[in-house]
Design a protein around this ligand. Structure first.
Ligand code: NAD
Length: 285
């Protein structure tokens, strides 16, 4: 408890500039949250066209959060800068990679980041399932890489896992935790291990709930049981909400089961990935 409460508190690290690579679901929202906290944020993706939807989403999020207070909306939006060339890497105090979950592509991106980042900048990945050691394997100094693992939806989820490998630099982890505190989230120190902590618990839970559906229990009944137990949302609805592809990736390799649940495999094969595609275990309109 004390370690958790103290993690990152003794660091005087005060990041002013955050560079986010990947303007998708996670990167876009991480950038939006940091800009709202007054940090300068450069947001990089493969083209301006890929960055624009994230900035539009941020504008909508600010309008809602600040209830039409144009000054506050402008304050945050002015700090969120589209940076398709990645010029911000060289100035940033914290660099967060949130691109596709692909080891080779991440390693390529980090080769450029490591070459251009300030020597004292925090270099972090938002990966959910890749090993920190594998991503860092192509670093000149692998101890520089830490994980800063956000949860979806970023503006709502207060927990952020700060991931370290055996040889990670302790100071980098402390700075990462201090950064997480600066954006008013709770840093949880975890070791680089499959699923870290939250997904290691959540993945098998979601897959087991789906196996109940395979056995003939209605999704509504599975969810009702979890709600009655005190969970804020049922596991089937939660899987539909985070996306069945994401739930599958989180559960894969954590349960020790060779086969995914049958219904899950069927839905995924048909392109029904949950809320985002209008259909999953439930129909979403
Ligand atoms: P996404 O598909 O929504 O976005 C990925 C973005 O990366 C795309 O916009 C793509 O254009 C961009 N990209 C790909 N290659 C690039 C490159 N070389 N340079 C710059 N940009 C590039 O993905 P996401 O769901 O936001 O996931 C991103 C990362 O976050 C993954 O590592 C994933 O494991 C992790 N993560 C995802 C979730 C989630 O619920 N979606 C939660 C926690 C962590």
């Amino acid at each position: 408890q004390d370690r958790l409460k103290a993690f990152g508190k003794d660091s005087d690290f005060a990041p002013k500039h955050v560079h986010v690579i990947g303007a998708g679901v996670m990167g876009g929202d991480i950038a939006a949250v940091c800009a709202a906290k007054g940090m300068t944020v450069t947001l990089q993706d493969q083209s301006v066209e890929r960055i624009a939807p994230a900035i539009k989403r941020a504008a909508e999020f600010y309008a809602k959060r600040y209830r039409g207070d144009k000054k506050q909306v402008r304050f945050a939006l002015d700090r969120l800068i589209a940076d398709p060339q990645g010029a911000g890497v060289a100035q940033a105090d914290v660099i967060i990679e949130a691109i596709f979950e692909n080891l080779e592509v991440k390693q390529k991106v980090f080769a450029d980041v490591e070459a251009r980042a300030k020597p004292d900048a925090v270099i972090a990945t938002n990966t959910s399932s890749l090993k920190l050691e594998d991503i860092a394997a192509t670093f000149r100094n692998p101890s520089r890489l830490v994980g800063i693992h956000f949860f979806n939806p970023v503006p709502k989820m207060p927990l952020v896992e700060v991931v370290t490998a055996e040889n990670s630099d302790a100071d980098a982890a402390k700075k990462a935790a201090a950064f997480v505190r600066k954006i008013d989230k709770l840093p949880l120190p975890v070791k680089s291990a499959p699923g870290f902590l939250v997904n290691a618990v959540l993945g098998p839970y979601l897959l087991e709930a789906m196996r109940c559906v395979d056995e003939g229990i209605a999704p509504e009944a599975v969810d009702a049981a979890a709600l009655a137990f005190g969970m804020p949302m049922g596991p089937i609805e939660l899987a539909d909400t985070v996306g069945l592809d994401i739930a599958m990736a989180a559960g894969k390799g954590l349960t020790g089961a060779a086969e995914p649940p049958k219904k899950l495999a069927e839905l995924m094969a048909a392109g029904n990935l949950g809320k985002k595609s209008g259909k999953g275990f439930y129909t979403w309109v």
